[in-house]
Design a protein around this ligand. Structure first.
Ligand code: NAD
Ligand code: GLY
Length: 362
């Protein structure tokens, strides 16, 4: 088992990564200093892994709360239901919530933990690749508002993250690939050696080789832990984690959050940001080709969906949390492994990039 520390003073916490860690009574005992435990999961993950986890937690007499599966349940209504359950079951301020599931379950459970009695502890038990390398680490919790994704939330760090790589065996292929997009992101923004490792090991990752997955998750979490430790509340550096996201969010919004997974939109978004970095004169052609090659090997879509052809993508991109009074800021690449957040780019290169991808999709 690997252990990584997210170093945040008294809010520091461990990330445990390994095979069958869900079965480790000792591991959970290190973190659970309570007798009141609520496990939150969804209907899909419940069938697969709830019994396993409840058995491991047997000595705490854990209770279970199951939500429906889907992004549309990431809502204040579901938070209200969870709070009602916690009150009806007489959960005190010392209770601990355990989020068993992908990023949706993690974000909801973390936000419920942030709100209940002004904040209780929670543990992330991520079961998708995306959640194991990204959403479970760093304490961003949120639910959606009808007018915007993740618009109601809080920074609330978990007590621990427990990532069992065995559970990835049941993950649908598309979800695995969406997680790989976020893994490739770490190589691109700050870890050239990791990018080279990914180029050499991509087939093993696609074949779900457990050791390769463990290494990719560990190296991703190390990168994220360093960024979060330096900039917990996204005052600067943490914005690099949004590489590909401004383009990607515009695609997701243009598709009304249907058809494409978040990781798929981010994958194409990263390719578009790389193309623009090249046009800007920063990223060289060979690096651009390497980025295209790894993204296409994992079979991420690299062409805009037809539905986007009539959409003003530039307009959608301006609705972005990184936009300031100085205009839209973008995460761009100077080279593979070196990204920057900047509004100092030529608008013409952004237009050219958007036109280039629109033409390629015709
Ligand atoms: P998800 O939680 O919807 O999970 C994807 C699908 O996989 C679901 O149908 C789920 O039931 C299923 N699933 C989960 N584990 C499984 C397993 N082991 N085997 C089989 N099926 C399984 O999606 P996601 O990609 O994990 O997370 C996306 C969410 O994460 C979005 O809401 C996004 O906003 C959020 N997010 C948050 C952060 C953050 O920092 N908090 C970062 C990135 C994304
Ligand atoms: N997923 C982006 C972040 O955690 O900041």
């Amino acid at each position: 088992m690997k252990e990584i520390l997210v170093s945040l003073g008294e809010k520091s916490y461990p990330i445990y990564i390994g095979e069958n860690v869900l079965k480790s009574v000792d591991l959970f005992s290190k973190v659970l200093n309570t007798t009141q435990v609520l496990v939150i999961t969804n209907t899909t993950v419940e069938k697969l892994y709830a019994k396993l986890l409840l058995d491991t937690l047997n000595q705490y007499d854990p209770e279970l709360y199951v939500i429906e599966d889907g992004e549309s349940y990431k809502s204040l209504d579901v938070i209200n239901d969870i709070i009602t359950q916690l009150l009806q079951r007489r959960f005190s301020r010392n209770c601990i919530i355990i989020a068993l599931g992908g990023g949706v379950v993690g974000d909801i459970s973390g936000f419920a933990a942030a709100c209940y009695q002004r904040g209780v502890g929670y543990i992330q038990v991520p079961t998708t690749l995306l959640a194991q390398v990204d959403s479970s680490v760093g304490g961003k919790t949120a639910v959606n508002h009808a007018l915007g994704k993740n618009m109601i939330g809080a920074f609330h760090q978990p007590l621990a993250v427990v990532s069992d790589t065995t559970v990835l065996s049941t993950l649908p292929d598309r979800e695995l690939v969406a997680g790989l997009a976020e893994i490739i992101k770490y190589g691109l923004i700050r870890d050239y050696d990791f990018f080279c490792w990914l180029e050499s090991n991509i087939n093993k990752l696609l074949a779900r080789d457990n050791l390769a997955l463990q290494e990719a998750i560990e190296r991703s979490c190390i990168n994220k832990a360093i960024i979060v430790a330096e900039d917990e509340k996204e005052k600067g550096l943490r914005a690099l984690l949004n590489f590909g996201h401004t383009f990607g969010h515009a695609i997701e919004t243009g598709l009304a959050y249907k058809d494409w997974l978040h990781g798929e939109a981010v994958g194409l978004g990263m390719f578009m940001a790389a193309e623009m970095s090249h046009r800007q004169g920063w990223l060289d052609r060979e690096s651009l080709k390497r980025i295209e090659s790894i993204l296409s090997k994992v079979q991420l879509p690299l062409v805009l969906p037809e539905k986007m052809l009539d959409t003003d993508m530039r307009d959608l991109m301006s609705v972005d949390k990184k936009a300031t009074d100085k205009g839209l800021r973008l995460v761009l690449l100077k080279e593979i492994g070196r990204a920057l957040v900047t509004s100092e780019y030529e608008e013409q290169y952004l237009s050219q990039t958007l036109n280039h991808f629109r033409e390629a999709a015709r």
